[in-house]
Design a protein around this ligand. Structure first.
Ligand code: NI
Length: 191
């Protein structure tokens, strides 16, 4: 296992559409190494999720893990999940505003509208079919990570650029009200 460098906004790899992973290659040493490195890099950076293009591998793979995350203390837990060739489908049109940040966008957060109810399908790290429904913040986390596979970052989806804030200023001016709203969202949507 190895901690890899995280690509920063401006690097073209973050703007490419990542390619599908084939059934033949998923069990191979290279892809299994990529899974391990993605997880280790995500954990090292305290990320709630990390997409393969963020560690310079332009393939459709994401890791997600939320467990008392210091970057996002309001998020309900998500067990460690590896998704290969994932697809997200909104279950209805309901949206909510999520204050997002990204390991590839240093020191910036902004309000992003996300679908509140989605279905996520894909493969696990061994190529077995995987699917679940996700709601609220958990749905938002899946949408954020899957965007990376299509060359999108949260900044592209910020509705009002005036919501952009450094992490320091977020703590000062927005955290209290957002965390209050987050409790309401978690009560409404669960994980
Ligand atoms: Ni991100």
């Amino acid at each position: 296992m190895a901690i890899r460098k995280i690509a920063q906004i401006g690097h073209p790899i973050l703007r490419e559409r990542a390619r599908e992973i084939t059934a033949e290659e998923i069990e191979g040493a290279e892809m299994q190494q990529l899974v391990d490195d993605l997880v280790e890099t995500m954990h090292d950076a305290n990320g709630a999720g990390l997409a393969a293009p963020q560690i310079y591998a332009s393939v459709r793979m994401v890791a997600i893990h939320v467990d008392k995350n210091p970057r996002y203390p309001h998020k309900p837990p998500i067990p460690l999940t590896i998704l290969v060739n994932p697809v997200v489908t909104p279950l209805d049109g309901e949206m909510f505003d999520n204050y997002e940040g990204c390991l590839s966008v240093p020191n910036l957060r902004g309000l992003v509208p996300r679908y509140a109810h989605v279905k996520v399908t894909g493969w696990d790290r061994h190529g077995a079919e995987w699917s679940r429904e996700a709601h609220g913040f958990t749905a938002g986390t899946f949408q954020h990570e899957l965007d990376h596979l299509d060359g999108a970052v949260f900044l592209d989806r910020v509705k009002d650029p005036r919501s952009l804030t450094t992490w320091d200023q977020y703590d000062k001016f927005y955290k209290e009200s957002f965390v209050e709203r987050a409790h309401v969202l978690v009560a409404k949507y669960g994980g």
